[in-house]
Write a protein that binds this ligand. Structure first.
Ligand SMILES: *Cc1c(COP(=O)(O)O)cnc(C)c1O
Length: 338
């Protein structure tokens, strides 16, 4: 795959590390677990959106944009990384935040990613839960255009075929690391939301004929919806790349059993996953995405879905900055321990 054909800016510290998780693997007594550290991509705290933004901002600049509009939930990691990419390019960044959880505590509303968005100099506007955010961005784009600006609209999560290129590229990076160290990867697991990460990974891994299945653990939509969304975008990304191998239905695997009450609302499994990764490996997961993804992986291991001889890579998509917005879910946790 020839990524240099696409406009790209460089923000990420690559390759991100691929590390073993020996203490977590031992504690679970199942397969050998590895972690791909895309929480360490380096742009204003890092995370998976950085890889997508390299191609999205490349496209924005190629199109002559002079400002950027994007959207996400209040504690969106995508929005933070977009604000940082805009700062790097000197482009004004207009952010729409959807109040998806209804949480009213000051940590959630003003700390964590929201604090960082402000420090990065972005303009923030709030929208109530259930707003058609694409329509809301189109309205802002019309307003800015009428003022003589040239806005570039990045979809939520940076998930379109341009952003997903970042994860097709990450698939090749991971294969290279695995091949260099003789690591046979039996499976890749990560949290899936706006679908661009999984779509790009599937497009890249299928085109490379890797034989590595990817499981996306859903954080928002029901499984049939999520599957269709990832599949459609994986195919669009594959076409955009000019790949010749068709993407089949079962190249996309999703499990949406770990969402709990809804997007952005932590589950007991997610809180446990955060504590386990922190206490056993010194790694912070985030309460909205990576902890639900890891909670799914942990539960499937405990239920015996994977053999002890398997080697599984968990893609850490970042987001620990949101922990500051979820402080109340951890208060007294130290005292609650037996
Ligand atoms: C956005 C995000 C995801 C989900 O990635 P998508 O490409 O939107 O599916 C996972 N983890 C974190 C921390 C994120 O911010």
């Amino acid at each position: 795959m020839h990524f240099s054909r696409f406009p790209r800016r460089h923000y990420a510290h690559l390759p991100t590390p691929l590390e073993p998780l020996p203490r977590l693997s031992a504690a679970l007594g199942g397969p050998a677990l590895w972690i791909k550290r895309d929480d360490c991509t380096g742009l204003a705290g890092g995370g998976n959106k950085t890889r997508k933004l390299e191609f999205l901002m490349g496209d924005a600049l190629a199109q002559g944009a002079d400002c950027v509009i994007t959207q996400g939930a209040t504690q969106s990691n995508h929005v933070r990384q977009a604000a940082a990419a805009c700062a790097r390019e000197g482009l004004p960044c207009h952010l729409l935040l959807e109040d998806r959880t209804g949480f009213t505590d000051p940590d959630y509303r003003d700390n964590g990613n929201v604090l960082m968005d402000r420090v990065l100099g972005a303009t923030l506007e709030e929208r109530p839960a259930g707003t058609d955010m694409d329509a809301a961005m189109a309205e802002v784009a019309a307003r800015l255009t009428a003022e003589g600006r040239t806005p570039y609209v990045i979809p939520g999560g940076g998930s379109n075929r341009v952003g997903a290129l970042g994860y097709a590229n990450a698939a090749l990076e991971l294969l290279q690391q695995a091949n260099d160290r003789g690591l046979r990867i039996d499976r890749l697991v990560h949290a899936t939301g706006s679908a661009g990460t999984q779509a790009g990974l599937v497009a890249g891994l299928v085109a490379a004929n890797s034989g590595i299945p990817v499981l996306g653990v859903g954080v928002r939509a029901p499984a049939p919806v999520q599957h269709a969304k990832v599949l459609e975008l994986a195919r669009a990304t594959s076409d955009y790349l000019g790949a010749r191998t068709a993407i089949e239905d079962d190249d996309v695997q999703v499990n949406c059993d770990y969402i709990g009450e809804g997007y952005g609302i932590p589950t007991a499994g997610a809180i446990e996953a955060i504590r386990l990764l922190a206490e056993l490996e010194g790694i912070f997961l985030d309460p909205v995405y990576s902890a639900k993804g890891m909670a799914g992986l942990i539960d499937l291991i405990r239920r015996g879905h994977y053999g002890a001889d398997e080697q599984i890579v968990f893609l850490h998509t970042g987001g620990a900055q949101a922990l500051y917005g979820y402080r109340r879910f951890f208060e007294g946790a130290d005292r609650a321990k037996p």
